[in-house]
Write a protein that binds this ligand. Sequence first.
Ligand code: SF4
Length: 323
Amino acid sequence: MTDSFFIRSCMEKVLAGGSITFEDAEGLLGTHDIMTLADCANTITRTFNGDTVDVEALVNAKSGRCPEDCSFCAQSSFYDTGIKKYPLLSKEELVKKAARAKEAGATSFCLVCAYRDPPEKDFQHICEAIKEIRSKLDIEVNVSMGFMTLSRARKLKELGVKRYNHNLEAAESYFSKICNTHDFSERVNTAKIVKEAGLQLCSGGIIGMGESPRQRIELAFSLASLYPEEVPVNILITREGTPLASLNPIEPLEAIKTIAAWRFIMPRTILKIAGGREVHLKHNDRLALKAGANGIITGGYLTTGGNTANNDIAMIKEIGLKP
Ligand code: SF4
């Protein structure tokens, strides 16, 4: 079977409502026919998700001093990475940042805090900020603050939070290489709690951390089993001071092939190109949005800068999609 025929047959399976196998997905990721792969991933995206690109802004509401040792993370207290560390922002600052994101054209706003899990006082503070944002602004509020209990997740749901982010980060078979202070099953557990509370789940991972292509597929199947409404794909930006600082970056086309193959595995999710888009993909981010991705983070990330929302929105329109 030629690559092109194989890729199209996988697409037909997905378009007909079926699923591809692990071996199919490995075959897709291993193809040299990138244009057919991108084209078919795009057809799946447009068929199930239309022409809209989800544009989300993040605020790093509490930076650094996380007690976990995730080896990619500039916010871990295990590593000296030179980032600006600060405690939880005031309610006023958080509302102001949400208003700025709305003005810039973002449709959703994600409040991110570097915690294993927040102390009760901080959790209440964040709840107050969410209440205020929801009462003053017409913007979707999403949250990411580490491990969740069911009662906390239910409280967020009551406050009108739409989506909770908790990434699986890496394949289960690779997880112990990147984190030793918690394990993969704890991450899966929080993802399940989020769903049980009726929140939408945003859960993705990071590619380019030294994992094998097979492990990238393994991660996608683990994510798919949780039925996430959104899957952020981060491309590792190495940070001085972290154990992964000297890794060679993943090739841009390899990253795009990964996004495309993940689209076959998760045809209906918002597949969002997240951290590393500007650094690794540069103008290839246009190709990624025509090769399976249908979401972006705009205006910078937790500890690195990014494109402005105006530029991103102009880019989305230029390629014939809708922000
Ligand atoms: S738990 Fe989150 S914030 Fe903490 S070190 Fe890991 S990735 Fe970073």
